[in-house]
Design a binder for this molecule. Sequence first.
Ligand SMILES: Nc1ncnc2c1ncn2[C@@H]1O[C@H](COP(=O)(O)OP(=O)(O)OP(=O)(O)O)[C@@H](O)[C@H]1O
Length: 708
Amino acid sequence: MDAIAAAAWPPESLAEALLELGRRAGLAPAAAEMPPPPAAGPADGAAWTAWMIWAGQHMGVDVEAVETPLGDLDHVLQTFGPALVRTELDGRPVVFAIVGRRGSGLCLIAPDLREVRVPVARLRALIAGRLEQTAADHVDRVIERAGIPAERRGIVRSAMLRERLGSVPVAGLWTLRLPPEASLHRHLADAHAYRRLTLTVALLASVFGLEILGWMLIGSAVLEGQLNLGWLAAWTLLMITMVPARAVGEWIGGALSIDLATFLKGRLLAGALRFDVDAVRREGAGQLLGRVIEGQAFEAVAIGGGLATLTGVIEIGLAFWILAKGAGGGVQVALLAGWLVVAAVLALRSWNRQAEWTANRLALTGDLVERMVGHRTALAQEQAGRRDRHDDHAANHYLALSSRMDAAGGRLLALIPGGWLLVGLAGLVPAFVSGAAAPAALGVAVGGVLFAQRALATMTGGFDALARAAIAWKAVGPLFRAGARAPDPGRILPQAAPRAAPSPPGTRLLDLDGVVYTHPTRRDPVLDGASLGIDHGERILLEGGSGSGKSTLASVIAGLRKPHAGLVTIDGLDQATLGDGWRRLATEAPQFHENHILTGSLAFNLLMGRAWPAQPADLAAAEALCRELGLGDLIDRMPAGLMQPVGETAWQLSQGEKSRVHLARALLQGAPLTVLDESFAALDPDNLDRCLAAIDRHAGAVLLIAHP
Ligand SMILES: Nc1ncnc2c1ncn2[C@@H]1O[C@H](COP(=O)(O)OP(=O)(O)OP(=O)(O)O)[C@@H](O)[C@H]1O
């Protein structure tokens, strides 16, 4: 059998392929019972992706769909393993599990668990074959008509196909990686951090060892009066050997830093999305920005500071050893130990000053953001003198804290290495006075003092950076921990397209029974035994006074808040069964001030609930709905139409336009239940009629929240 045929998995064995690939790639997936994937028809991309992501979450592996232009397929295949590819072989759907590149080919896992090598071009031809077939007839006709000589036809044909199909998107590719919520240990192991760290330490230690050996050689040659070209050559050779060892050590350390920084970024981004809804609200934009800034500071200093401290610790250890061998002996060793205690005290003081300064800086940032967000309100409403007084006071306080921090930092960084020179040399006085020490031992002692000085400089610099990182961690830690919260895949995968087979009207969709919810900062529950039933296709208007808990109820129904007591089910299934899939069945357009137009294209904002990049059918549905909602003129006015960038820094939408975009994106989710929280406040009567008509045509069941 052909190697590629031997490596092809039948689609129904997708779960086994995913598990085995995860194992071979070192992602340590957890074995889990999986239902078979959706039937492999031509339009099943989104359903397969939903299944793969869901199955991956159960196994503890992150699965991401990849779409690439055909022109880049070669490159993608060579670089993106571990990955799964779905294509056709002899007219039947198959799956390939790519471990990664091996030499000039790809290493695939076969269903019999053997590793099979196949050339990249072979797999590419299989994936691209169907697409190229459609264009090939036309290209062949052009070649025929142009009278291209037979021997050049092959080159011309592939060049024309490349040109014609280079930008055609290819789907059916999924990469596997560790999810951001995987433990730090798994990420470190995945980045080979332990091995690389051990290697870095070994290289650093050998560099210092070589350095000491070099000075010992030259020192003894000088003292014995034998310094000649031979000794100098040996010393030079040793010094030259240190250069590549140091370079390799730094290169490994640098590569490790990049991998760890990538993990950290991924975890923080995941944390930003998994941060508690109410915590985000309580913090406000300024505080959240502070966390982001500190995240960058942490990344910039933590790893560099860690490596510098590590280097300093190795150097200090060697310095103790050298001093013990020198003329100062125990006296100098004791002095160095004492000096380290002084350094620790100064370091602690500098840390406290930095912490004070950082807290103030973050508060100032929060203040500044608040003022920028409320810029118009402050200009229009606030008394000018009052504003200036507040700003002057804040600036003066910041200045005072900055100079205290600089003084403490300066003392640590300058006094500790510089002062040691005096202290260390003072430790040699008894040896000098007694006159008993040999010149060689005196030389070793002086060398030890200098070596310790360098170690202290490295260590204090490293510690300063680590202290900065530890302070930044206070702000970053909660985000990092939120990123460790794994998404809840639930026990079953909800139907990807429920509207394709809608339940008959009149059957029960949502049941809410005895629900109790108390906001984290409140004593009394805002929902206390709330009950509600909504049938498929039903339209319900919920009215109530301000602050009566309507929006809270909406967020419980949409699965954004978990009730503290009571039961909520959709189609008879509770949230524990559906997991995050709940939100595909019940969607909410939040109130205006909580509904955001993100910076991106209008299409992106409209199709947030669907797979991205959007398929032509999704774009057509979005545009048709916008036109129904009276946004046709707006799309025609926008130079890039549906692809026009919108959001805070791009095309500005009016309140009424925004509220129709909010409505369109909720309806485009295609969920059986849509909750609309005061969605019509900014609409004129004509647009209101249009919106109600569109809701009637496109929505399943609707819960409409409004003021009486
Ligand atoms: N995140 C929160 N933390 C603490 N309390 C909250 C929070 N959100 C709402 N509340 C309080 O819960 C109560 C109900 O708020 P909710 O927004 O659900 O009312 P609502 O009926 O939608 O009001 P409105 O019609 O004015 O929008 C209010 O007293 C509000 O102050």
